[in-house]
Ligand binder design. Structure first.
Ligand SMILES: C[S@@+](CC[C@H](N)C(=O)[O-])C[C@H]1O[C@@H](n2cnc3c(N)ncnc32)[C@H](O)[C@@H]1O
Length: 271
């Protein structure tokens, strides 16, 4: 079917994506929007982008599907080894000395399909083996319901686990168990400490704990500076005063107004 995404409709989609997710897309990315939506439009037996825009506006269920389609969910276990080494070798040992009787609580704030939260679970479980009184809870959230479903299923294979297997074979062998076919799941003590929920970072997260570590990695990049400030200002109050926030390799908080200061590249603490 030869559908064309006209300029007016492109603008409508860009505005709607921003309204629903905070994601800012430039006008020259029309092929990205076309590519993400075309198959869905055909599957729904619609014949135009305009028709699909009307449907998304009027149908809440389709809006959820639309959010799944327009978000970029690239992720994998042990992404950016440097930050995992920091958590494992510096952050957790020091945190535990300072807080021997507190349950460590962490938030993977744009968890995608859950690889980041599961990697953290493995690092925490390995730490717990050496420090049996250490307790931890990890919450992963994402705006996409489809991603939250994948997090809850927690089955991983292929590219998602390759780098972890290669970089940390001892952790992989110990804490990942074959489930079906070529897929692996984390072992059950870790699974029981992970929880996944749908959450939009532009809303206040209704969670009663104070987080000691927040991973806000590879999501800020999709937002304007002003929107990044909004998101960070909502996360800050959910963190303990000594809490640490880690961001992605292409992101920085130094050029925007926040209540955080850098400790190391990509790693921030509250001012
Ligand atoms: C590229 S993935 C990052 C995954 C993981 N944090 C990592 O670094 O590997 C970005 C994720 O952010 C989510 N996202 C985008 N906008 C969001 C929002 N407003 N609130 C919550 N999550 C959002 C997307 O659904 C996507 O799964």
């Amino acid at each position: 079917m030869n559908m064309v995404l006209g300029e007016e409709c492109l603008t409508d989609f860009i505005e709607l994506i921003h309204e629903l997710t905070g994601i800012s897309i430039k006008k020259n990315r029309n092929s990205l929007i076309e590519g993400r939506l075309r198959k869905r439009i055909v599957n729904l037996n619609l014949t135009s982008y305009e028709g699909y825009f009307e449907l998304v506006q009027s149908d809440k269920a389709e809006q959820l599907k639309f959010v799944d389609l327009v978000t970029t969910n690239e992720t994998y276990f042990y992404r950016t080894p440097r930050i995992w080494e920091y958590i494992e070798k510096k952050f957790l040992p020091q945190w535990f000395i300072n807080n021997p009787n507190t349950v460590f609580t962490a938030w993977s704030a744009a968890s995608s399909s859950g690889e980041e939260a599961h990697t953290l679970g493995i690092i925490c479980e390995a730490f717990k083996e050496k420090n049996p009184t250490f307790q931890y809870e990890i919450i992963g959230t994402d705006i996409s319901n489809e991603m939250v479903d994948l997090c809850q299923r927690g089955e991983y294979s292929g590219r998602s686990i390759d780098s972890f297997k290669k970089n940390r074979p001892e952790l992989f062998e110990k804490f990942m168990k074959k489930s079906s076919g070529e897929s692996y799941k984390v072992t059950s003590p870790i699974k029981s400490r992970l929880k996944f929920l749908q959450h939009n970072l532009f809303h206040t997260f209704k969670h009663s704990h104070e987080f000691h570590l927040v991973l806000t990695r590879n999501v800020l990049i999709y937002f304007t500076s002003l929107d990044q400030e909004r998101v960070i200002s909502l996360i800050g109050p959910k963190m303990a005063d000594t809490g640490v926030m880690i961001i992605g390799e292409s992101e920085s908080l130094t050029h925007i107004n926040t209540s955080f200061e850098s400790i190391e590249p990509l790693i921030y603490k509250k001012k």
